[in-house]
Design a protein around this ligand. Structure first.
Ligand SMILES: [Zn+2]
Length: 352
């Protein structure tokens, strides 16, 4: 553990020598909105191959307990942003968001939120919501992680090395990029990519059909999205293909298609809150988002949202397994903003 991290843990253990409570009750904290960011809440093997994206249900339930007993006020995202702008947020306000729309949301996240009466927003990417198959890159990464033999002879894919090496994360990643690059270069459709994943599974001796039946690395289907919307979950924008093209027309088309599909599923008009896929931010995007009728955009940068901050560069707290309960709590109080912290790392996993 680094010296800085040791100092931080010592401070956290004493709640910042009493500072946490002072900050939690301050006007400084009242003028800030903490937007929590989650991806999947999963009880299966997802946590093994993608721990940064999937939180075990018990961890998520514990975090929500901490929110409930910390005296924080959980507000809906739109309402929270409106009150933030007006300087009228309740003390220790928190909003809760989920990226992508993973299939485990109704089973593992929603009941916990409902138990506490917490509103939540799901930023839904719609392509894999309609195409109910595992997300290509996640499926590949998972089967390589899970492969019983760590090195296999490849006689099937002439565009891959003769020996496929799954021994280290680096070797698996290199293969993943090679396969993904091939799919892009060949311009494969979702169906063709799924066939390729199935063929790759065959070469590895991985049971792809059971994997698909278990809905690992799949998103909610339209009926589940509709049911969640009826139950009060706010469904918002995350692009159709989890892509932010660098071309204005294609960028705006991604938002429009995403919004139209969400409206069809939920019956909601004017869906206008956006989350950047994979946390990819560029200055060009902001005018394009405004043009597409978007009101706010959240990032994967850690921080509390402030009244004078940019509504199109809203920071969040990416809650994940590496965060201890004490660190999580320090974000609720606001103490975390005064402590040294890890730089936010953009997620390089894109469910497109
Ligand atoms: Zn995403």
């Amino acid at each position: 553990m680094s010296a800085l991290r040791q100092i931080k843990q010592a401070l956290l253990a004493t709640n910042g020598l009493g500072l946490a409570s002072l900050i939690a009750h301050s006007r400084w904290r009242q003028q800030r909105l903490l937007i929590l960011c989650y991806h999947g809440i999963a009880d299966g093997e997802e946590n093994g191959s993608h721990p940064e994206m999937f939180l075990p249900p018990e961890t998520f339930a514990r975090r929500m307990e901490i929110v409930a007993r910390s005296g924080c006020k959980v507000v809906g995202l739109g309402e929270g942003l409106r009150l933030l702008q007006k300087g009228e947020l309740p003390a220790r306000s928190v909003a809760i968001t989920f990226d992508d729309g993973w299939a485990d949301f109704p089973r593992h996240a929603f009941p916990v939120l409902q138990r506490h009466g917490f509103p939540a927003t799901v930023y839904l990417t719609t392509y894999y919501c309609l195409f109910q198959r595992p997300l290509f890159r996640f499926a590949l990464a998972h089967m390589m992680w899970k492969a019983p033999s760590k090195v296999i002879d490849n006689r099937t894919f002439e565009w891959l090395p003769r020996q496929l090496d799954f021994q280290s994360e680096a070797s698996r990643n290199a293969l993943l990029w090679q396969i993904d690059g091939y799919a892009k270069q060949q311009n494969l459709t979702g169906r063709q990519k799924d066939n390729l994943a199935a063929a790759f599974a065959g070469a590895l001796g991985f049971d792809y059909s059971t994997f698909c039946e278990r809905r690992l690395f799949q998103l909610m289907n339209p009926d589940e999205v509709a049911a969640m919307a009826r139950a009060g979950v706010d469904i918002q924008l995350h692009t159709h293909r989890h892509r932010t093209p660098l071309d204005r027309d294609r960028f705006v088309a991604e938002i429009k298609q995403n919004r139209d599909l969400i409206s069809q599923m939920t019956g909601a008009d004017g869906v206008s809150h956006f989350c950047y896929p994979s946390g990819a931010i560029r200055p060009d995007f902001v005018p394009w988002l405004k043009e597409a009728g978007v009101e706010s955009a959240t990032t994967c940068l850690n921080g509390l949202a402030t009244r004078n901050g940019d509504l199109f560069l809203l920071p969040r707290l990416l809650d994940q397994y590496r965060l201890t309960d004490a660190e999580f709590e320090s974000w609720l109080t606001g103490l975390a903003e005064f402590l040294p912290r890890r730089k936010s790392e953009p997620l390089d996993v894109a469910p497109e």
